[in-house]
Design a protein around this ligand. Structure first.
Ligand code: TYD
Length: 401
């Protein structure tokens, strides 16, 4: 063989391999962009999450950082109960945090200009029905006025975006099935077309914020999508809510206070299922639409507590007897909605999403998380939690089962 050819051969094969590699990588990149969520076209720009130190927001960020290469900006005012949640995610280089109220227009505008988010998921809200009965106005301030001001800031940011960024921008507003009101046992679960009929100050404030989100879509062309989820449960939920309160009280040897007869029904959605649903909505939800996200797990409150006691009996047995002996029926919540349930058919048919976790598997994971994060529970149940439980449970009379 010609000495020159012999000399060139290795380079030729290397050159060929490099060419093939570049071609392969190029095709891979084109495929990746084609199948990637739209916001991924701007990988250096963050997804903005509001209320990301709350229960669902914290879980969403943890899942996001596990599964996505894109960065996240969390804006949260850090109210009661969620200060220690952010510490769990502070570490990641893909994560930015700013302590700020969504109603603080100037600060929000400055953060938008600095970070230039590619899309928004709005979790920030006051969410506890019992607290809304005590102080309805706080709910109007955060959920209605706060959301309105935030929408104003987002709308002026959106208006100034170049067209190709406008195309991928989404404002996903996370709401609740409680805006639809209550169901009787015979009625079919709520659909996206069910009329709003909120019964608690909390539900009324969320319904009002949903209307503002819709109005900003219609009036200003903001690409909004609203989701209505059923009752969430899982790690990081503040123990003022039903399931973590029962875990807290059970392990502290306190009564497990069931409101009224305990026959009320909720459709329980494990929080990471909710997070995966929101990712699908962000990726492929249709602008201007609403989506119901449910767990397909309708249970009576009494049954939830009994199953919970049975899991605790196995995971952390008492020296004698069962946690069930701590169950007490107490005076009912005023205006207590009898049943919530949503039909998630639209999520399945349009976005190929359905909940993966059963109630039992989700509850077992939840119990295990609380047992292995008891320091979190101790940290979060300080004096303001005590004040709340004294207020809410101190004067409740016993009720009939
Ligand atoms: P909650 O977690 O407050 O959610 P929501 O009211 O938004 O559905 O309550 C879930 C159910 O549990 C609801 O029917 C009220 C009931 N409940 C009790 O029976 N006892 C309690 O101490 C709490 C907090 C709730």
């Amino acid at each position: 063989m010609n000495r020159h050819v012999q000399f060139l051969l290795p380079f030729g094969s290397i050159g060929c391999s490099i060419f093939r590699l570049i071609l392969f990588e190029g095709i891979l990149y084109i495929l990746k962009v084609a199948v990637s969520p739209p916001y991924f076209r701007f990988p250096s720009r963050p997804l903005l999450v509001t209320g990301g130190a709350g229960f669902i927001g914290t879980n969403f960020i943890i899942e996001w950082l596990k599964n996505s290469a894109a960065t996240i900006l969390n804006i949260d005012r850090l109210s009661y109960g969620n200060r220690c949640n952010v510490e769990n995610i502070m570490e990641s280089s893909k994560y930015f945090f700013a302590q700020c109220d969504i109603g603080d227009l100037e600060q929000i505008k400055a953060l938008l200009a600095e970070h230039r988010p590619v899309a928004v998921i709005n979790f920030a809200a006051e969410t506890h029905v019992d607290r809304s009965i005590r102080s309805p106005e706080n709910f109007v301030q955060t959920n209605v006025v706060g959301t309105l001001r935030f929408l104003e800031a987002i709308q002026s940011y959106f208006r100034a975006l170049p067209d190709k960024e406008k195309d991928v921008f989404r404002f996903v507003h996370v709401s609740t099935d409680e805006v639809y009101g209550t169901l009787s046992l015979q009625e079919a679960p709520f659909e996206e077309t069910s009329p709003f009929c909120p019964n608690s100050p909390y539900a009324a404030s969320k319904a009002a914020s949903d209307h503002f989100v819709r109005a900003f879509g219609q009036t200003f062309g903001l690409p909004v999508i609203t989701t209505h989820c059923s009752n969430n449960f899982g790690p990081f939920q503040f123990p003022e809510k039903f399931i973590p309160l029962m875990i807290h009280n059970a392990l502290k040897g306190k009564p497990l206070p069931i409101y009224g007869d305990g026959e009320q029904i909720r459709d329980w959605l494990y929080v990471t299922d909710h997070c995966s649903a929101l990712c699908r909505v962000l990726e492929a939800g249709r602008i201007g639409e609403t989506y119901n996200i449910g767990g397909n797990n309708e249970l009576r409150n009494v049954d939830v507590v009994q199953v919970l006691c049975d899991i605790l009996d196995r995971r952390k047995p008492l020296s004698h007897g069962s946690y069930r002996s701590q169950i007490e029926h107490v005076e009912d919540r005023p205006g207590h909605d009898r049943r919530y349930a949503v039909n998630s058919k639209k999520m399945l048919e349009e976005l190929n999403w359905s909940a993966k976790e059963t109630f039992f598997s989700g509850l077992t994971k939840t119990v295990d998380w609380y047992l292995s994060h008891w320091d979190w529970m101790e940290q979060i149940t300080g004096s303001s939690f005590q004040e709340w439980t004294d207020y809410n449970y101190g004067n409740r009379t016993r009720a009939q089962a």
